[in-house]
Ligand binder design. Structure first.
Ligand SMILES: *Cc1c(COP(=O)(O)O)cnc(C)c1O
Length: 433
């Protein structure tokens, strides 16, 4: 497969170059040249396949020939090594639990896949790759765990001293091996500025192969389409064969874009629901046709506090190529108050515990299902409720059980290197490692 930039549709790069660069130099986003066609054999056998077998068939067309079949097989087996169960909430509503990975959020899928792609690429190079990430919390932990233990990639995380939660800091700093955490005396923006300077520092880059792990990398967002197939096949196993709606709690719209790709390969999803919090730029666009980015506002579902979703460029391109797609998405927005009520009511009615992001997803789904009685619905539950225990425990007035992945982190020590907010100090650190 070849990739082009949304901003220059006549130049092509390979899958491995797109994964290493992350973003095209013209600031567009990489798009695959075509949408792979999956055979009817694949769709009739899918119910019998394991998650990683499905992933292999879905992803191989995007990553061959840069990666061999054997490499892709190994990458998907190591990426999809945790369960993604579809849990029945009511007769018409199912939760796709994406949070059983090492950092308890769906971002584990993309981070693990990207990490293994970069590791496979750098095996053929003389030098190790160094991934630089600035984080305000969650990205750092998903990237750290995704890359942990790989032999050809080092990760350096910069995080602001005193501005990440204790749990987030532990998740980033407890690993060691090829993961180094720098605790910066400054803000998240200071961390990000140092990383940006390093990428512009040609002398530094001639000595160290630097790369980023940003969320719009093709090797982070394409693997997310796999769980849509997994959801539909589990739904069929439940005997549900009618119309299906999937609600995606969205921020940067990577998850939504991955779902639309799945639909375009022939997967039977009849309706998508873009569920957002008060940051409702995309639902507004669907209603008015006008895209007007705004500064983000803070909400309880904070991973979706995005005022200018970066994947909009990809969605726009898809809508140009496949105008019929637009009519398969409905958008809704919900307040924090509605989100808390939904967490409370769902627990009282069914015993199911939602996190604030999943609650927004369920609200969107319920709104759609009410008017469309012939549909069965799935919402993506994107994070474990314990990651947002401050909100969830307050609403439910109960203490949540700590899953074993987290207990493991809590039992380990933090290891970090303090760093001044000073580019020269950061540069010296990188050169002298
Ligand atoms: C990142 C994130 C989202 C939003 O996903 P996008 O692909 O950016 O739309 C939703 N929920 C959680 C928990 C997240 O971490």
């Amino acid at each position: 497969m070849k990739y082009y930039s949304t901003k220059s549709t006549n130049k092509f790069t390979s899958a491995s170059e797109s994964a290493i660069l992350g973003l095209p130099p013209d600031n567009g986003l990489y798009m695959p040249e075509t949408i792979p066609h999956l055979s009817s054999d694949f769709f009739s056998n899918i119910k019998k396949m394991s998650l990683s077998e499905k992933a292999f068939h879905i992803l191989a067309p995007y990553f061959e020939p840069d990666f061999t079949k054997e490499e892709i097989k190994k990458i998907v087996e190591e990426t999809f090594n945790f369960e993604i169960p579809l849990v029945k909430i009511t007769d018409r509503v199912f939760s796709l639990e994406l949070y059983h990975g090492p950092t308890l959020a769906f971002k584990d899928v993309g981070a693990r896949f990207l990490a293994r792609c970069l590791n496979a690429i750098s095996k053929n190079e003389k030098q190790k790759l160094t991934v630089l990430v600035a984080t305000s919390g969650d990205t750092g932990s998903a990237v750290a765990h995704g890359f942990y233990g790989l032999d050809h990639v080092d990760v350096i995380i910069l995080y602001p001293d005193g501005r990440v939660s204790d749990l987030q800091e532990r998740q980033m700093t407890c690993l060691g091996k090829n993961i180094t955490a720098l605790k910066v005396k400054g803000s998240f923006d200071d961390c990000q500025n140092m990383v940006k300077k390093a990428f512009l520092d040609n002398e530094l880059r001639s000595q160290i192969s630097l790369t980023s792990a940003n969320s719009i990398n093709i090797a982070r967002f394409l693997p997310q389409s796999v769980y849509y197939y997994h959801a539909i096949s589990q739904l069929e196993n439940e005997g549900k064969e009618g119309k299906v709606a999937i609600s995606v709690p969205s921020g940067n719209y990577g998850n939504m874009t991955a779902g639309l790709f799945a639909k375009l390969t022939g997967l039977k999803i009849d309706q998508f629901i873009a569920s957002s919090n008060a940051n409702k730029i995309f639902p507004d666009y669907l209603n008015s046709g006008i895209y007007s980015p705004k500064p983000s506002v803070k909400t309880l579902s904070n991973a979706m506090d995005v005022g200018d979703p970066s994947n909009f460029q990809r969605l726009e391109r898809l809508f140009n190529l496949y105008p019929e797609l637009k009519s398969t998405i409905t958008g809704f927005s919900f307040s924090d108050n509605e989100t808390m009520k939904c967490i409370d009511k769902t627990y009282k009615d069914t015993g199911y515990i939602l996190d604030p992001h999943g609650a927004v997803g369920l609200l969107g789904l319920e709104t759609f299902l009410e008017k469309n009685q012939d549909y069965t619905g799935v919402f993506l539950e994107t994070a474990h409720p314990v990651k947002f225990n401050e909100t969830v425990e307050k609403v439910l007035d109960k203490t949540l059980e700590i899953p074993e992945q987290l207990q493991d982190v809590l039992d380990r020590d933090k290891k970090f290197i303090p760093l001044d907010n000073d580019y020269e100090a950061f540069r010296t650190f990188l050169m002298e490692r």
